[in-house]
Design a protein around this ligand. Structure first.
Ligand SMILES: *Cc1c(COP(=O)(O)O)cnc(C)c1O
Length: 352
């Protein structure tokens, strides 16, 4: 039985062109700064994002952790969104390894933070009892908030508040190219107001491994040292970077297909009795649905979807997450909606 895998865009496999580029990549020892393919990828990424320099890391999680290590001292406070990936899904790395205290500010349904809330959460200087607030972390697109997109203005308004108070701004832009494609603006316009940005090569962009952290020359120099400490100094990493170069060259514009498939998926699902979802709230490739009580157990629902060949992910509560990507066609979307409708019919219980 063919499987429709909507768990994540991380399941995308490298293209033939990527595999060929990896096989033929010119390489050197990147810890010595001598891998030409890594250097090329880092430079390409920095240029695309309008920053001075870039650093290839093994994952988005490593990039985010390195950002916290680079901007903060032990005992500082970092502001994160209440639904942020760094808060939910990175094993408390910032708290454990960067030794910072995390303070959350509410995210709205699209992942935005209110500038007033951010301002109120920054510690005033001069009080001996208080930690120093050193970093604000934003996310674009926002994974847990419906794949929501921050516009350049959204980013500017909170970044200005941070900067006015001496607080640096890190953007977890794991899917920042999805945001750029959704808004039809150059990615660099989305990151102009942040100090540094990290994006993933290994999600919708389909590369097998890697993330790039971009910022000022000085920031990246420091970040490079932290990467080494974390064990992220990879030697002939050009083999990985070669796929990243192809990803940036060939995989960005096609993200629009994932968005239109997600939009079709959302409107299909919104027609299914017992499924709650507002198709207008999804701007990119991530869709969430909520199961009404009449559909019974979420775990049972998901396991029946699996039996019918549909894989999804479970973020908690009564929600199910579905993510479109390069291996999902409009036909798969139609079939996914049919499977959800079938399982919903099977599980539907008459109201008590
Ligand atoms: C996936 C993701 C990450 C982490 O990336 P990995 O490469 O899986 O470690 C960070 N932030 C967001 C928003 C993500 O979606």
């Amino acid at each position: 039985m063919p499987v429709i895998d909507l768990r994540s865009d991380t399941v995308t496999k490298p293209t033939e062109e990527m595999r060929a580029a990896m096989a033929q990549a010119e390489v050197g020892d990147d810890v010595m700064g001598e891998d030409p393919t890594v250097n090329r990828l880092e430079q390409m990424a920095a240029e695309l994002l309008g920053k001075e320099a870039g650093l290839l890391t093994s994952s988005g999680t490593m990039s985010n952790l390195i950002a916290a290590l680079s901007h903060c001292r032990r005992g500082d406070e970092v502001i994160m969104g209440s639904e942020g990936h760094m808060f939910w899904n990175e094993v408390a790395g910032a708290a454990t390894l960067a030794a910072v205290q995390v303070r959350t500010v509410p995210n709205d349904s699209q992942g935005r933070m209110d500038p007033g809330d951010v301002e109120a959460s920054i510690r005033p200087p001069g009080n001996i009892h208080f930690p120093r607030t050193s970093l604000l972390c934003l996310e674009n697109t926002h994974n847990r908030c419906n794949g929501g997109v921050l516009t350049p203005e959204d980013t500017r308004s909170v970044s200005e508040v941070a900067h006015a108070n001496g607080v640096a701004v890190h953007l977890d832009g794991a899917r920042v190219f999805n945001a750029a494609v959704a808004l039809e603006v150059p990615a660099k316009d989305l990151v102009a107001d942040v100090d540094d940005v990290s994006f993933c090569l290994s999600k919708g962009l389909s590369a097998p491994v890697g993330s790039v952290l971009c910022g000022s020359q000085e920031f990246v120099e420091q970040a490079r040292k932290w990467r080494k400490m974390l064990g992220g100094g990879m030697r002939q990493a050009g083999v990985i970077a070669a796929a990243g170069v192809v990803a940036l060259e060939t995989m960005v514009d096609r993200l629009a297909e994932d968005h239109s498939n997600a939009s079709r998926l959302a409107s299909g699902l919104s027609q299914v009795p017992g499924i709650r979802l507002d198709p207008g709230s999804f701007q990119t490739n991530i869709v969430f649905l909520e199961l009404e009580a009449e559909l019974g157990s979420v775990h049972e629902f998901i396991s029946r979807l699996n039996q019918h060949g549909l894989k999804v992910s479970y973020p908690g509560g009564r929600r199910i997450r579905l993510v479109t990507h390069r291996h999902i066609s409009p036909g798969d979307v139609e079939q996914a909606v049919d499977i959800v409708a079938k399982v919903a019919r099977e599980q539907r219980k008459p109201a008590a």
